[in-house]
Design a binder for this molecule. Structure first.
Ligand SMILES: Cc1ncc(COP(=O)(O)O)c(C=O)c1O
Length: 457
């Protein structure tokens, strides 16, 4: 074991992208033009972009080299076989259906399995997953463990599913449940991991009722790292081994390769069931493309194939998890309320606790996210009542929590960028009492957080 305390980035910079340093006045103007929705900003007006870790990471030298191997044959491209081999090395499902990103996999699967009267349980649905379930008329039911509702409560596997609640749901309505989902890591619940033990327990319940278990596996490598470092008996196992055990416990998966595929675009849907795969492929051909490219260019398939080899590297995962924790621990030490323990891909600030004077229906998360941009040009995302407060019948109620996510793009920012973020968040937190709420002046019926326009109250 090396004695060093400093965990360095296990890469050197090979090509740089300029960051435009804006003034506070420029940012005020940009906010007004964007309707105080950070999704509407011009990315050139952002100094540090922590909006998402999805598709925003840096590809490696070897991924860019793989892009040159991209073969754009319509059917049976060698790039497809490279992709398939890499996916199945970790996720040996017989059917792998490539999609342009994770939500396309979700749309295909739920258009086949969903429908009115159905209910899909998940530890916590990600927003696109929820929207794709609900778009079919089915109900998306979140069943996280009770600890997940308390941001300050520490639990090593706070992303776990409440298996007792799952059993109670299946006892009552098994015939309405077409599939059970577990999201690894639990993104909306704070980037928190799920233990192998919990997946096994959910599997056993699903088996009793004959219901398939699927993983939303976007951050599977981060989840595997947490299993290796936190779960009893797992410390000596190679990461790919842990991933394959997760695969063996599931009947299928949806995946966004924009996260732990280390790619800028892509995803897949995979499963064991031949008949279900055939129905899904039929939808794929209608909307995505032929089954050997599914909405992706050959070069994208190659980038993902190489990304999957890199993402299970332990030096990368150690740096990834430790550098995210570095941000969270510094803010925690400064007294900024946040979700604990620190998740894998992001730090989640607890806006409801920081801004108790702003009621949830005046969107404390939105207020905090806007303030971080105004103060230091940092773009984050509200994960709270704006994102989850509106229901299919048009009514609105406070979400379980009002969080602001600082998502860390993979291999993109250095420690000095993160030190700057710490300084900005601390300054905003010191002046939290001055922040005001917002109201929505225009919003679409679904996924409103992407395009809604706001006004300060
Ligand atoms: C847990 C989870 N599921 C699904 C998705 C959807 O993936 P995509 O953005 O590639 O459509 C995301 C993306 O952010 C996610 O975090």
């Amino acid at each position: 074991m090396e004695p060093w305390q400093t965990i360095i980035e296990p890469f050197r910079i090979h090509s740089v992208e300029p960051i435009r340093l804006t003034t506070r006045e420029e940012r005020e103007r940009a906010l007004e033009a964007a309707g105080w929705n950070l999704f509407n900003l011009h990315a050139d007006d952002v100094i540090i972009d922590l909006l998402t870790d999805s598709g925003t990471g840096a590809m490696s030298r070897d991924q860019w080299a793989a892009v040159q191997h991209g073969d754009e044959s319509y059917a049976g491209s060698p790039s497809w076989f490279a992709f398939l081999e890499s996916v199945q090395a970790l996720w040996p499902f017989p059917h792998v259906i490539p999609t342009h990103q994770g939500r396309a996999a979700e749309r295909i699967l739920f258009s086949v399995l969903g429908g009115p009267g159905k209910v899909v349980p998940n530890n916590t649905h990600f927003d696109t997953t929820r929207a794709n379930v609900e778009a079919t008329g089915a109900e998306a039911r979140d069943l996280p463990i009770p600890e997940a509702f308390h941001p300050a409560t520490v639990h090593p596997f706070k992303g776990n599913m409440d298996v007792t609640a799952l059993e109670a749901l299946l006892e009552e309505r098994a015939e309405d449940v077409p599939v059970v989902f577990i999201t690894i890591t639990n993104t909306s619940g704070g980037g928190q991991p799920v233990s192998l033990r919990n997946i096994r327990a959910a599997r056993a319940v699903c088996d009793r009722y004959g219901i398939p278990l699927f993983l939303d596996a976007c951050r599977f490598a981060e989840n595997a790292w947490f299993i290796k470092t936190r779960e009893e008996g797992q410390a000596d196992r190679p990461i790919p081994d842990i991933v394959r055990e997760m695969a063996s416990l599931a009947d299928g998966m949806t995946m966004s390769a924009k996260k732990d595929g280390l790619a800028n675009i892509g995803g897949w849907l995979a499963m064991n069931d031949d008949a279900l795969a055939e129905r899904c492929r039929n939808v794929l051909i209608l909307t995505e493309g032929f089954p050997t490219y599914g909405g992706l260019a050959g070069r994208d398939l190659e980038a993902i194939a190489q990304g999957l080899r890199e993402v299970v590297d332990e030096d990368y995962l150690r740096y990834r998890i430790v550098s995210t924790a570095y941000l969270g621990e510094a803010l925690d030490a400064a007294g900024v309320p946040l979700v604990k323990p620190i998740g894998g891909h992001a730090v989640y600030l607890d806006a409801r606790a920081l801004l108790p004077h702003i009621p949830p229906l005046e969107y404390p998360g939105q207020s905090l996210a806007v303030a971080l941009y105004r103060e230091g040009g940092i773009r984050s995302v509200e994960i709270g009542t704006v994102m989850f407060g509106r229901h299919p019948d048009g009514s609105e109620s406070p979400a379980a929590t009002d969080l602001v996510r600082l998502a860390i793009p993979r291999r993109t920012y250095t420690q000095s960028h993160v030190d700057y973020v710490i300084e900005v968040v601390m300054r905003v937190a010191q002046h939290a009492a001055d922040l005001r709420g917002y109201r929505i002046v225009d919003a679409p019926p679904q996924l409103r957080h992407f395009t809604a326009r706001f006004e300060p109250l």
